[in-house]
Ligand binder design. Sequence first.
Ligand code: G6P
Length: 607
Amino acid sequence: MCGIVGYCGDKLASEVLLSGLKRLEYRGYDSSGISVNSGNKLSIIKKTGKIKNLRDAVPENLPGHFGIGHTRWATHGGVTDINAHPHSDSSEKIAVVHNGIIENYTGLKEKLLREGYVFKSETDSEVLAHLISKFYEGDLESAVKSALSLVKGTYGIIVMHADKDNELIGARNGSPLVLGIGDDEMFLASDVSAILAYTKQVVYFEDGEVVKVTSKGFTTSDLKNNRVSKDMENISWELEEMEKGKFSTYMEKEIHEQVESIPRAMKGRINEDLATAVLGGLNMTGRELLDVERVKIIAAGTSYYAGQVASYIIESLARIPSSAELASEFRYRNPVVEKNTLYFAISQSGETIDTLFALREIKRKGGRVLGICNVVGSTIPRESDGGVYIHSGPEISVASTKAFTSQITALYLFAIHMARMRDMSQSSGAAFLKDLNIIPEAITDILNRKAELQKIAEKYAHYPNFLFLGRGINCPVAMEGALKLKEVSYIHAEGYSAAEIKHGPIALINEKTPSMFLVPDDHMREKIVSNMKEVKARNGKVLAIAVKGDKEVEDIADEVFYVSKTHENLYPYLMVVPLQLFSYFCAMELHRDVDQPRNLAKSVTVE
Ligand code: G6P
């Protein structure tokens, strides 16, 4: 979703801003813009479309050593140059970039219009520029604070004034903001990827904080002018991890990276002698864990399906009732937060607003929430009571792949830990961990045979509708498969329990609606095979992911891709990777923008 970046230092601000915006492209956007100081006036350049359009519009060597930039994902007002950020006040001395939504903007705008302020755009964000201008009497920081005290909603903002050489004001409430500290230069951004090329030293801000930045230093305070002291942190990601390397798209790269990212999620977390997992970040004593009577997982998108897989595994291994729920629904239904329920918030980005607000709702009601996140220092892990970082490395492709398998890995480890505290024997624990350890090998085998999936994808990419069908622990995997296909290829797909098709979806079956069946050799296999026959009997094309040696599936299905045999609870890994590749190849066949699909954003920071 929208990205923001700010710079002050010796470099040409336009270059730093454009390179930062390029790194923020992955978040999803439809227009972009920058503002730099050129003497005592601002040069503001904004363009719809890709960053390249903006770069073409920015004069080479545009003078100016401090400035702000933005990638916009439209919410209020269409995709136009004028609606793109930065927004300025009428004097064009003040410029603002904003992530989030000003919920009371209509009332504020009406009042400003009555007072004679003239608006250029249809956005909620422009209100901020005029409000700051209204309060400005030579001190930008206090004008920003006065303006923000009237605002309801979420924001991550950076503000500059043409007369305030070398000064940026940043503030956050619900949308992320990070400061990068260089040598006599400072950066502000919505996420570290925009500044990683320049510095690894960062400071993260909390909601309600305002930072005043110059090239030499910064001060942080709250809206009531209390000073806040901040700690510096180091980013562990390397710049190379953010490059595509030998792959043509990030999605392909990230699918392949799972062979390394799954072991990374387990690294240092297995105690082989005791056949259990060790998760120090949970911040819970053995006694507290024993008191857990229910596990509830809150998440959105792909993370939600990872949560559903995890809830099966926690219930099956640890025998603790467990379920996953969409964060967006959970937060608004006045949820009952039970004393002995342990909550998990899963989020790759650590910034998804629905998940974050659900977490806050649980904490407000006295519940304990653990985070399962990838981006270190992001808001959800910082606000959680503990948790597990999945250490997948940067996930740039909008469609999530490697985060899914690492999220389930973290929760498989949690399940093992709980199971071993309860009634799982040491030998069963050891056997499970042994099978888990060889999952990367089985994924390598899938990747080595990806050409088979490419062939199937090329044959079926032109079908308009798909069903993805699984049972048990692979039911959420089928839903994730359908989501992946929708996201990157724009083919309509529905994920369902194979058992449920008789209650509706079977009406869709005809020769133009193929069904992708997930057929592990578990206790549900026979039932799924019957469902396949039902589809075949109605002239539906049947595609299947099955286990090597299962010849019966080959007889029924039009296409089969085989995966290795594993523990029945570990099939989600081996089922999801072929589905990721299938979606990827369908999207390539249809010439889609695989890494930045239309209308989607990597990190959804508005409701
Ligand atoms: C967006 C992304 C999805 C992601 C979802 C949840 O919709 O496009 O890929 O699964 O947000 O994101 P999170 O960062 O919370 O896992």
